[in-house]
Write a protein that binds this ligand. Structure first.
Ligand code: 5GP
Ligand code: ZN
Length: 142
C-alpha cells in the first residue's frame, strides 16, 4: 500500500468511490472523470505501479475481472461496444501510478476512435525491420 496513492486510498476506504465489484484481489469502481457513461476502472488491491510489476496472481485477477465485468458494464449502459485498455507507464499516458484497467463503453456514432488513435504518426517499417522485430520480441519472450 502507498499512503499517497489515490487508488490505495480508495482500496483502504479512506476516500469514497462508486464501487461496482470487489473480491479478495481486485476492486472496480466508476471513473470520477468518465470518458463515457459507465466508464469503469479495475485495480489490484495491492499497489503495483506497472503491469510488469504484478505477480501472476494479481495480473490474472485484474485481467480476469476486466474480461468478466466488461459485458456487465456494456449491458448496464446499453452500449454497443467497449474499449478495454491500460495506460502502462507515463509515456503511454498513465497518470495514476497504480495499475488500472479502463472499461470505456462505446456507442455507435459517439465520435470516438479506436485504440489506433492513441498514436498520431505511424512508423513506416520496411520488411527487414519487421523481421528483426519479430525475432527480437520472440527472443525477449522466451
Ligand atoms: P490514467 O492513469 O490511465 O491516465 O487514468 C487515470 C484515471 O483515473 C482517469 O480516467 C481519472 O479520471 C481516474 N481517477 C483519478 N483519480 C481518481 C479518483 O480519486 N477516483 C476515481 N474514481 N477515479 C479517479
Ligand atoms: Zn496504490
Amino acid at each position: 500500500m502507498s499512503s499517497d496513492c489515490p487508488f490505495c486510498r480508495i482500496v483502504r476506504g479512506d476516500i469514497p468511490a462508486r464501487v461496482v465489484y470487489e473480491d479478495d484481489d481486485v476492486l472496480s469502481f466508476l471513473d470520477a472523470n468518465p470518458l463515457a457513461r459507465g466508464h469503469t476502472l479495475v485495480v489490484p488491491k495491492t499497489h503495483h505501479e506497472r503491469v510488469a510489476a504484478m505477480p501472476d496472481d494479481d495480473r490474472d485477477a485484474v485481467f480476469g475481472a476486466l474480461g468478466r465485468l466488461g459485458p456487465s458494464v456494456q449491458a448496464a449502459v446499453d452500449a454497443d461496444g467497449l474499449n478495454v485498455g491500460m495506460n502502462d507507464g507515463s509515456a503511454a499516458g498513465q497518470e495514476v501510478p497504480h495499475v488500472h484497467g479502463h472499461l470505456v463503453p462505446r456507442f455507435e456514432g459517439d465520435g470516438g476512435g479506436a485504440v489506433h488513435s492513441i498514436v498520431r504518426t505511424r512508423p513506416d517499417l520496411p520488411d527487414e525491420e519487421m523481421d528483426e522485430l519479430e525475432a527480437d520480441i520472440r527472443h525477449a519472450a522466451e
